[in-house]
Design a protein around this ligand. Structure first.
Ligand code: GRF
Length: 210
């Protein structure tokens, strides 16, 4: 059984999708813990109500990013993680932290990377006149919202879309591709060569949503 540790900062709908898929599909893994940097993260309640260990490491209690990351890494390591999943975890991570979990830490970002790293991705895509938007699951590297791409889902940007419309359309796809990517990593199907991620059995790493 592999141990998955999920980090959240808010509602945790991606975390929910991963918890549900792990249970429903009988992955050779368990969600060992859900950890938040905010005690108010509503996703913590979902995790606790599913019998999953939860922890809070409040970034405001630390003087520096390094001190916060060191404590966060210590707490995560306490659950002997095989896979660490960032699911709406809204903290910039230090290089030391990222290197510590390199190769086993995934993130989901709500854009078709390398377009639109950072915040407000949907609004920026609408303002740029993009006809496609989407989400990307990638391995975490020290550079924010970069790192080898595991899978991407694309959706259309429709005329008249508000930021909320597009966010909802993308989120629906996030809930499909993120559990799938985590499962691939848990089951050892992924390899990275020169920054390119391949699936051993050639599973499609592309999803078209509507
Ligand atoms: C998602 O859109 C994810 O792509 C981004 O933050 C949001 C988190 O949503 N990184 P949730 O907490 O998983 O519902």
């Amino acid at each position: 059984m592999k141990n998955i540790v999920i980090l959240i900062s808010g509602r945790g709908s991606n975390m929910e999708a991963i918890v549900n898929a792990c249970q429903r599909e009988g992955w050779p893994a368990r969600i060992a813990a859900v950890i938040s940097n905010k005690a108010s993260a509503s996703g913590l309640q979902f995790a606790a109500s599913h019998g999953i260990a939860t922890a809070v490491v409040d970034h405001k209690a630390f003087d520096s990013r390094e001190a916060f990351d060191a404590e966060l890494a210590r707490v995560i390591d306490g659950y002997a993680p095989d896979v660490v999943v960032l699911a709406g975890f809204m903290r910039i991570l230090t290089e030391g932290f990222v290197r510590h979990f390199e190769g086993k830490m995934l993130n989901i970002h709500p854009s078709l990377l390398p377009s639109f790293p950072g915040l407000h991705t949907h609004q920026r895509a609408i303002e740029a006149g993009c006809k496609l938007a989407g989400a990307t699951v990638h391995f975490v590297t020290p550079e924010l919202d970069h790192g080898p791409i595991v899978t991407q889902a694309a959706v259309p940007v429709l005329s008249g879309d508000t930021e909320a419309d597009l966010a909802a359309r993308v989120l629906k796809q996030e809930h499909v591709i993120y559990p799938q990517a985590v499962r691939w990593l848990v089951e050892g199907h992924l390899s990275i060569e020169q920054g390119i991620v391949r699936h051993a059995q050639g599973a499609s790493q592309v999803r078209w949503g509507d």
